[in-house]
Design a binder for this molecule. Sequence first.
Ligand SMILES: C[S@@+](CC[C@H](N)C(=O)[O-])C[C@H]1O[C@@H](n2cnc3c(N)ncnc32)[C@H](O)[C@@H]1O
Ligand code: SF4
Length: 361
Amino acid sequence: MSSTSPFGVYLHIPFCASKCDYCAFATWTDRAHLVDRYLEALRTEIVRAVDVGMPIASTVFVGGGTPTLVPPERLASIVASIPVVSDAEITVECNPDDVGVDMLRTYRSAGVNRISLGVQSMSPHVLASLGRTHDRDNVARSVEAIRSADMPSFNLDVIYGAAGESLADWRSTVRDVVAFDPPHVSAYGLTVEAGTPLAAQPDRHPDDDDQADKYDIADELFGSAGLENYEVSNWARPGHESRHNFLYWRQHDYRGFGCAAHSHRSGRRWWNVRTPERYIDLVESDGDVEASAEVLDDETRRFERLQLLLRTRDGIPVDSFTEETLVLLDGLVVPHPDDATRVVLTHRGRLMANEISLRFA
Ligand SMILES: C[S@@+](CC[C@H](N)C(=O)[O-])C[C@H]1O[C@@H](n2cnc3c(N)ncnc32)[C@H](O)[C@@H]1O
Ligand code: SF4
């Protein structure tokens, strides 16, 4: 099967073994008794969407939460029930504590061809500061399992800016990550999310200058290892860029399944009820799981499109800025290497992407 316009599917698995104190995602550590009913509800929500003509997916992303906490066979069978194009990119987000080669082979049998591994750091005291439960050996074993299971692609997620992380710690995390020879890496500055325990402890908040230095280190070492920056926080070998992420950045349509999952169709965005209990109850009683929706006006859509694309190597049309602003942005944006009608961020510009977005004409 093939499809012309990309369409993405996201499945949310809201269970975690423990809650990281910086995380604001819809996840719970005391709901293991709901796993069975939750997976059934997920399956039902998908069947209902397919029955009313959901487009064929070009990418699927199973995220969380911790997808590796639910039985792999059940997850695989749900993934296999989603209609996809023949060359679909299908990713499962994995925690290094849980990954094993049998689990990955089970995913593989359902068409999964990409793993995103939550490494976060390779420094024991930084992992402890982040409240993570895995260690360096878990990461090494997971990467080995990913290779043994013949996964065609994988991503390693890392975070910089945790309390107690020195520049040397971060440099050595990046070196360790590069040594795994990953086809894709995402490096995120630790963000203080409102309402998290981290938000209530200002002495542990990251410092902007320290994070900028760490971004420079990441970009330099990933770049010299052949990983090309294609979005502010993402680096990949050619051909391993995440198609699912690009679909979000290019404002294509996507459908999210599960509690708190977001969907988008032609400028209308909606999201499901937040808790797994409410989600399960509604699906089981044939109710509507949609919690709320918004329709974006043309101006908001344009702003979001420019803001997202500016962060990518697609860049944006040069006339998104006035002539005067372009002069002010000297050294921060440059002409696109293959398209004179567009501009892209420089390395220095990437550090100021948000501020630059406030200058659109
Ligand atoms: C929500 S987690 C889900 C995957 C998995 N449970 C994990 O933690 O690795 C997905 C990614 O979001 C990123 N993330 C979550 N909270 C963050 C925060 N406050 N600041 C920066 N990155 C964050 C981490 O890099 C993480 O790998
Ligand atoms: S394991 Fe991942 S999803 Fe779960 S609490 Fe930690 S960061 Fe959030």
